[in-house]
Design a protein around this ligand. Sequence first.
Ligand code: ATP
Ligand code: MN
Ligand code: MN
Length: 301
Amino acid sequence: METETPVQQASAPAANSIKISNRERVIYPESGITKGQLADYYAAIAPAMLPWVGSRPISLVRCPQGRAKKCFFQKHDAGSFGTHVHHVAIQEKDGHEEPYLFIDDADGLLTCVQMGTIEFHGWGARIEDVEKADRLVFDLDPDEGLDFEAVRSAAFQFRDILNQIGLATFPMVTGGKGVHVIAPLTPKAEWPEVKDFARRLAMAVAQIDPANFTAALPKAQRKGRIFVDYLRNQRGATAVMPYCVRARPEAPLAAPITWKEMETIDKPSHWHVGDATELVKRVGSKALANWGRADQVLPDL
Ligand code: ATP
Ligand code: MN
Ligand code: MN
């Protein structure tokens, strides 16, 4: 891992006014992690997480009875979350509007946790203009049986290709099986253009290196390969947000890393909900200070 040069940054848990009920309720039966521990993690990580999860439409993975019971994906709501979770009206395909959820502070984040949320997923656009993407994400999904070495090498290939066409990228381990390679964008291009760009890039990579990559949607065509899930880059699609806890056994985290760390990291579920102190320290480090930040637009392809 890289040497960490601390920079000045508040590392105290974010002040919030949310009362968490049933703190002792076990949310992760495999490891005994409770709702209180989950809430404490999110309070601690809120200052690091809010710049990413805040002020964009979000979808929540809610598991009120814990991860092993019924969970559901929730993207809109008429008002049951109270005053700290806000709404942005977004037009659906048929023209009518739906109130999508967004948060902009620790109270909003913790309200969602109080309501049984484990995971936070977000659009690739901010509420100020949901039609313009502020990031591209290449979700690299390894076929079963592929080891992390294959994912690592795929991530570096994406970094290099995107770099060649002028886009800086940042890696994130998902806490699951794969990696997201993220190119921040200055909001300018709208979704049809962004999706088309991502699709053409994914197809090109799969054509150049068909032994290792596929952009084909049918699962049967993914055998032994990395599926480049370019569909994260379409209007309404979401990706898991940085520092999110996953609703998977042992409560792993989606965590931003540096390209240098990508060389040596052992697996995409390297960090867990108990690692808040380490994560907060990492966010304040020089190596991660500029993670996810670049002023760039889609190049011609
Ligand atoms: P992994 O590394 O294990 O693939 P992941 O978060 O990338 O973790 P994917 O299954 O590849 O998981 O999904 C990519 C993204 O697509 C998710 O982060 C999520 O935001 C979105 N997504 C996946 N499944 C659903 C679903 N059922 N409903 C809505 N969005 C989904
Ligand atoms: Mn994935
Ligand atoms: Mn995927």
